[in-house]
Design a binder for this molecule. Sequence first.
Ligand code: NAP
Length: 547
Amino acid sequence: MPQEHHLDTLVVGTGFSGIYALYHLLKDGLNVEAIEKESEVGGAWWVNQYPGALSDTWSHVYRYSFDKDLLQTYPAARTYSSQPEILAYLKHVVEKHDLRRYMHFNTKMVAAKWDDEAKKWTVQCQTGDVYRVKYLITALGPLVKPSLPDIRGLDTFKGQIVHTSTWDPSIRVEGKRVGVIGVGSSGVQTVTAIASKVKSLHVFIRTPQYSVPANNRPMTPEERQSINERYSQIWSGVMSSAFGMDFHEPTRTLMSVSPQEREEILEKIWQAGNGIQLMFGAFSDVVSDEAANEEVCRFIRKKIAGIVKDPQKRAVLTPREPWNRRPLSDAGYYEQFNRENVYAIDIKKYPITEATPDGLRTADGRLHELDIIINATGFDALDGAYAGIDIRGRNKGEGLRDRWKRAGPDCYFGCAVAGYPNLLMMVGPRTVFGNIPPVVEIQGTFLRKLIRRAEEISAQTGRQCEIEATEHAVQDWTEICNQTAQKIAIGKGNSWMMGRNVPGKVVTSLMFLGGLNAFRGKIEDAQAKGFVGFQSPLGPAEGTARL
Ligand code: NAP
C-alpha cells in the first residue's frame, strides 16, 4: 500500500554516495531514510554486472576512509577489486552499520516539488509512495543513463541485445557469436573477459583508445600489513592529491628529462600498471602540454605495435588522437586480438549501417553474424541521471531537467542549484573528477556542514534556514569548470566528461577537472568565508560574494 512518509531527510540512491549520506546523516541525529530504484544496494556496482567489471583504482583506496576498523580488516585479495567484491563490500558496510532497515528498495523517485509555504519537498515515487521532507539528497550516481546507438533495424535482430550498465547476469556468452560496440573502460573490460570463451568476437571500434595494463595481482600479506600501518598517511596523501589514488604526482615535466630517462619512467609505470597512474603519475604535464601528451601516446602506440601481431587489426586498434579521454586500464586487452576468433572492425571507416535478424551490417556491405550484441557505448553522464525525474523548485515554470537541457547542468560544487532550496546532490554535475570514494567523502562532508549550519541558524532565528546556491555562484562555478577544462587535453576530446558523446547534448565541462585537492581547497575556502555562494542567512549577507 502506498504511504505518505514525513522525514527530515530523504536520500535517493544507495550506491557509494547514498550509503555514505545515509550513515552520516543518521549519525548527525536526523530522521532520514533512503529509497532505491533497484532491488539491492550498490548503485553502479549492482547494475554493472558485465563480465570483467572491476574498479581500476587500487582496492585499498577504493573504500570508505571513515570506517577505520574496515580499513584495517576488510579483505583486499588483489590489488584491484572486482564488481562482485565491491558489491560485497558495500553490502557489508550496510549490514555492519544496520542501514538496511532505513532503506526502501524498488522505489523509484519520479518527481519532486518544492513547497515554498511548508518549506518542504514532496517526493513522488512510482510505487505511489510520497515523502515530505525538509532536505532532499540525491545520490543518483554520475554514470547511470545508458547512451545507446541508433541503429536501423535493431528491433529485427533475433539475438540478445544488452548494455553493459544494465547487464543481465543470466546471459551466457560461452560458445556464442558476440559483438561489442565501444571500447571505453566497459568495452575494454568486457572484451578482455569474454574473448577466450566466445565462438567469435566482433569488436566495433569507432575511436581506438590508449589502454594500459592494470597489473592486477594478489596482494601479499606484507603489502597489506604495510598499507595498514600507513593508512592514515595514505588517506592524507589521497586527499591532498589531484586524482586521489595513493600515488606520487610529480612536478617534473616530460621535456625536463632526457629521452632515455623519459622512456625509463614510462616503462616503469607501464610495468607497475594503471592508465590513471601513467597519465598523472609520470610527469606533471601529460594532460596540459600537447608535445608531452604526444610523447606518451607514441610510447603507448609502440607498445600496441609490439603486442598486436596482425597488421590490419593493429591499424584499427592504434589510436592517432591525443590521449584526451578518461584513462583505461586492462588485463590484456590488446593481446585478445591475437586470437583468431577476435576481430577489430573499423566503424569510423565503415560505419554500422543496419541491424538484420542475423547481425550487424557495416558500410563495406559485410554482415557480421551475431547471437549477442553488447552495447558498451557509455552514458549520458552526470545530468543524464536526472533526465527521467520531474524536479520543480521555486520557479515552477521550468523544471530542473529543462533548465539543464537548455543551458547545461549548472550545479555549484556538484551539489546545489539556484532556485532549488534544500536539494543537495551527492556527486552531481560539475563535481570533481577523481577516485570516487574520496570524492564522495569530500562532497558528503560539505553536505553535512551545510545542513548543520542551516539547522543552527534555524534554531537561533526560529525560522527555517534554507540551503540554496546563488545564481552568481552557480555561474562562477560553471565558468571555473569550463576554463579549467580548456587548459587540459580532456577538455578538448570527445569524452563523456564534456558531453560530446551524446548527440545534441550541451558541450560543457560536466566535471571539475582541476584535481580533487584543488576542489577540496575551494570548498573549504567557501566554507571558511561563511558559505560563500549560498543565499543569506546561510551565506554572506549580500548573498552574491564571488568565489
Ligand atoms: P565510454 O568511455 O563513453 O565509451 C563508450 C564507447 O562506445 C566509445 O568507444 C565510443 O566511441 C563508443 N560508442 C558510443 N556510441 C557509439 C555509437 N553510436 N556507435 C559506435 N560506437 C559508439 O563508456 P564506458 O566504457 O561505459 O565508460 C564510461 C565511464 O564509466 C568510464 O570513463 C569510467 O569513468 C566509468 N567506468 C569505470 C570502470 C572502472 O574500471 N572503474 C569501468 C567501466 C566504466 P567513441 O569514442 O568514438 O565515441
